[in-house]
Ligand binder design. Structure first.
Ligand code: HEC
Ligand code: HEC
Length: 478
């Protein structure tokens, strides 16, 4: 499965690597996993990967471990297909299928039969969603007036939202923790991640996150300091990326910089909070549109117009590499009119921004936003390009103006209590995407193609069928 040159290269780079053919099966299992377009790999940046620590042990009373929802083979998160396979293999008895937060709602359904379980856990099986019940911030400038939820769970004090597990890898890039930033917010008793005090801030937040995850997801008693330390040390050491593409070959061949080895030795060490962001005070701020530069070597025109004078590719490998490289240029530079994004247009006081994907996904070669800047692009809206009919509708009323808004997930507003924060979520890391469809915090895009369709409609981006294919090839190779 792994090309011969791979091990030598990695050894030369000084990364500890256990060949998938090694005798310890648990170690080999953690390394290489197949997905629809190729093979994804994970490296540990601090010695060989140990797959036996507290992250993998049931810490509480419900049989779950962190690895129930953060799976190595699914990009350290979940793919809906993977959950479906687990349901079939165990007839819905794997510990991930616990009603407390795995079911659409923890009441109403008979889970004593396989059919009953299939229906009770349909959002987890079809979209990889976990129910998260969050209190409304004290003194919020709005009230929750109604929750319409066909599954139950209509409590207006602890609002149920449905979210995808975030990948527990490449964490060194984080500028905010959890979809709504509550894992790194002074308002939630956690620490904002600041350039001057990172990674200490991040390590503090990850420790708190592990304690909370143990309690909420695993019904554990307070984790011991040793357990917490071991989990954080493990998760912060992981670097995951697509390593091989079935058609393009090794994603770090021919001068390209894809794959987990480059990620671990080059991209992660180069990161700091605020890099490539005007708000981060990066003195060398390059253009935000210059976000991903992994595949320059596969293109003779890393800038500018990608479809003029393209020499006809001679074989399927060169043609796939050229497509990935064109996708990268489109991601960085294909311009469209960004409007109505609360958390971006309003904060910059620019009602219209001519930008590209990389304007928001600006952390170099990682794809998250390098400063904490949550925003509402429309993925939480009740009406828009995405089919969100499977989600609840939450109606909020502004206490001062009486204005009413409907959303499928109040996002940051539940934490801050601010009307203007309704529907804001973080800009997530874009590495390791191929292993974990569906996408967006609520699983509303079933494929990378649907992600692009969303942006095309939302921003009238004019992405052609050919550009869409190139963008998919590129995103699948991250
Ligand atoms: C039942 C499924 C489940 C289990 C078990 C679980 N998690 Fe998670 N995890 C999630 C979900 C869902 C989110 C996103 C929630 C949100 O943003 O509101 C998440 C988010 C995270 C994040 C945030 C990453 C980021 O980019 O912000 C970390 C870190 C994490 N989990 C670590 C852990 C650890 C450590 C454990 C074990 C102690 C654990 N998780 C157990 C479902 C789970
Ligand atoms: C205005 C800011 C903005 C722009 C422009 C933007 N994104 Fe995003 N992107 C986001 C935010 C915010 C999210 C998280 C939304 C959610 O999960 O609900 C996101 C999520 C994603 C995801 C899902 C990741 C995951 O783990 O589920 C992908 C893939 C993605 N964007 C690709 C793109 C591509 C490709 C483009 C250009 C066509 C683009 N984005 C343009 C802000 C932006």
């Amino acid at each position: 499965m792994v090309r011969p040159g791979w091990r030598a290269l990695v050894t030369a780079l000084g990364v500890t690597f256990t060949c998938p053919a090694a005798t310890n099966p648990s170690v080999s299992n953690s390394q290489s996993f197949r997905n629809a377009t190729g093979i994804m790999q994970t490296y540990s940046m601090s010695g060989p990967l140990e797959l036996t620590g507290p992250f993998f042990q049931p810490l509480g009373t419900n049989g779950r471990s962190c690895a129930s929802c953060h799976r190595a083979d699914q990009g350290w998160a979940l793919s809906a297909e993977g959950v479906k396979a687990r349901f079939q293999a165990t007839r819905g008895r794997d510990p991930i299928f616990r009603a407390s937060d795995g079911a659409n709602c923890d009441s109403h359904k008979d889970v004593s039969t396989s059919d009953g379980r299939r229906s009770a856990f349909s959002l987890l099986i079809n979209r990889g969603l976990i129910r998260v019940a969050l209190p409304v911030a004290d003194h919020a400038d709005f009230e929750v007036v109604q929750v319409e939820n066909s599954y139950g769970c209509v409590d207006r004090k602890a609002v149920s939202v449905y979210r995808r597990p975030l990948p527990v890898t490449n964490l060194r890039f984080l500028s905010s923790v959890m979809w709504d930033g509550r894992g790194s917010s002074g308002l939630a008793g956690t620490v904002p991640i600041a350039a001057a005090t990172n990674p200490d801030d991040l390590m503090t937040d990850l420790a708190q996150q592990a304690r909370d995850a143990g309690r909420v997801h695993e019904a554990s008693r307070p984790l011991t300091p040793h357990q917490v330390q071991s989990i954080v040390k493990f998760e912060i050491s992981l670097a995951t990326a697509q390593a091989f593409d079935d058609k393009a070959g090794a994603l770090d061949a021919g001068g390209a910089k894809g794959g987990p080895a480059t990620l671990a030795t080059w991209t992660i060490p180069a990161f700091f909070v605020g890099i490539n962001d005007p708000r981060g005070g990066d003195p060398h701020a390059i253009k935000p549109e210059d976000a991903v530069r992994l595949f320059d070597a596969w293109s003779d025109r890393p800038y500018g117009r990608v479809y003029s004078d393209v020499p006809a590719a001679i074989d399927s490998q060169s043609s796939r590499r050229a497509s990935i490289a064109r996708g990268q240029v489109l991601f960085n530079q294909k311009p469209f009119d960004i409007r109505g994004v609360v958390g971006l247009n309003d904060t910059l006081r620019l009602p219209s921004i001519t930008g590209a994907c990389g304007t928001c996904h600006n952390s170099p070669n990682a794809g998250n936003r390098s400063v904490e800047a949550l925003m509402n692009t429309g993925t939480t809206d009740t009406e828009g390009p995405l089919d969100v009919s499977y989600l609840p509708t939450i109606t909020l009323r502004n206490r001062h103006t009486d204005e009413v808004k409907m959303t499928t997930d109040p996002g940051l507003a539940l934490i801050t209590g601010h009307w203007n924060d309704i529907g804001k979520v973080k800009v997530p890391i874009l590495r390791g995407l191929a292993a974990r469809p569906p996408y967006f915090h609520n699983g509303s895009a079933q494929s990378l193609g649907e992600v692009i369709d969303f942006y095309n409609k939302r921003f009238h981006a004019g992405i052609s069928a050919r550009e869409r294919e190139d963008l998919i090839a590129f995103l699948s190779s991250l």
